[in-house]
Design a protein around this ligand. Structure first.
Ligand SMILES: Cc1cc2nc3c(=O)[nH]c(=O)nc-3n(C[C@H](O)[C@H](O)[C@H](O)COP(=O)(O)OP(=O)(O)OC[C@H]3O[C@@H](n4cnc5c(N)ncnc54)[C@H](O)[C@@H]3O)c2cc1C
Length: 310
């Protein structure tokens, strides 16, 4: 986990009545990952319980690279839905499993009341740079996984989309064609990889619409909690970080509060620009930390009347 001991935001009273124009038509979803160490579980549950009060459309829990968190993902997804009373989605990947094995996991989810999945190809345990080789008896790519899942049960299925093109795609067009295949196979929505250039997302949306992709393409928002870590993630997934963001973080190297504030400014600026472009659903990569995401949601007008700030 990164920056688990960041500075706390000051306590603040929330009052819907003094927030003109609460965007009641806004939807949010929150993504978490299974903590690698048991001592990070309390922070996970704090963030999940806190953000659940915002009545998200769903929360999701990732599936570790190479299927490495299979049991933990299942436990957390079922528990989060029961404990936090929010619809939960389990990420499921093609990597490392035969079709029958993957189908059995999905079937068990259905029977446990988890009817939402995020269906992905996934990356090998060693990371994307290690190259991808489908399991000989497995689903090769996300489109065939989606088709297999849709045959099993009427799941709500989200898939991944890449405004800046997946790093292993043969071309931007091939990547878009592949997204279309995932949607045609039964995906309900796409969630984008994180990005910082809103115009790039808007262009992607236009191209997707022209290609006949008619499901929502929900922008994935990553509030930056640790700039160095974000750079590594961006390099792996092909996301571009504008130079001005890097130089500002460099200038704030000794100012933890300033970094938090700047990170929030970036994410909020992005969300506001997306709102102006007509976006009504934001998917937040929470990195298992609730405070900044909650603050951003509050600034967007999304506050639970029952919730207060810590
Ligand atoms: C919202 C979101 C959530 C994620 N959650 C997880 C997670 O929980 N666990 C995890 O391990 N990873 C996760 N990832 C990362 C994801 O697994 C990687 O980006 C992975 O490299 C691609 O997965 P995909 O589902 O997009 O693959 P696909 O949609 O299958 O595409 C992968 C690449 O293969 C190409 N392609 C597709 N079909 C073919 C074909 N027939 N022949 C040749 N090339 C083809 C595509 O153009 C693309 O370049 C997530 C990503 C996003 C955006």
């Amino acid at each position: 986990m990164i920056e688990s001991q960041g500075p706390k935001y000051p306590a603040r009273r929330t009052d819907l009545t003094d927030r003109p124009g609460r965007a009641s038509d806004l939807a949010v979803s929150f993504e978490f990952f299974p903590p690698r160490q048991a001592e990070l579980l309390p922070a996970f549950w704090d963030a999940a319980a806190d953000l659940a009060t915002l009545a998200p459309r769903f929360v999701s829990v990732t599936y570790g690279a190479g299927g490495s968190t299979r049991d933990q993902t299942r436990e957390l997804v079922t528990e989060i839905q029961a404990r936090c009373q929010v619809p939960a989605a389990a990420h499921l990947t093609c990597v490392g499993g035969a079709r029958a094995e993957t189908d059995a996991i999905a079937d068990a989810y259905w029977r446990a009341g988890i009817h939402r999945l995020v269906a992905l190809r996934g990356d090998p345990r060693e990371g994307i740079a290690a190259g991808y080789r489908p399991h000989p008896d497995g689903y090769a790519y996300a489109d065939s996984l989606v088709a297999g899942l849709a045959r099993l049960h009427p799941f709500d299925i989200s898939v991944a989309a890449y405004p800046e093109v997946h790093p292993q795609a043969l071309s931007a067009q091939a990547d878009l064609d592949h997204l279309k295949r995932k949607v045609d196979a039964g995906a309900t929505r796409a969630i984008t990889q994180f990005f910082f250039d809103v115009d790039c997302y808007k262009r992607f949306l236009e191209r997707a619409t022209r290609a006949g992709i008619n499901v929502p393409i929900v922008p994935g928002i990553l509030p930056i909690r640790n700039f160095a870590r974000t750079v590594t993630m961006a390099q792996a997934c092909g996301a571009h970080i504008p130079a001005h963001i890097g130089s500002r973080f460099e200038a704030l190297a000794d100012d933890a509060d300033g970094r938090l504030q700047f990170a929030q400014e970036i994410a909020l600026g992005q969300c506001r620009a997306l709102l102006r472009a007509g976006v009504r659903h934001f998917h937040f990569y929470t990195l298992n930390q609730g405070e900044m995401v909650r603050d951003i949601c509050a600034e967007l007008g999304l506050v639970s009347p029952l919730a207060g700030y810590r």
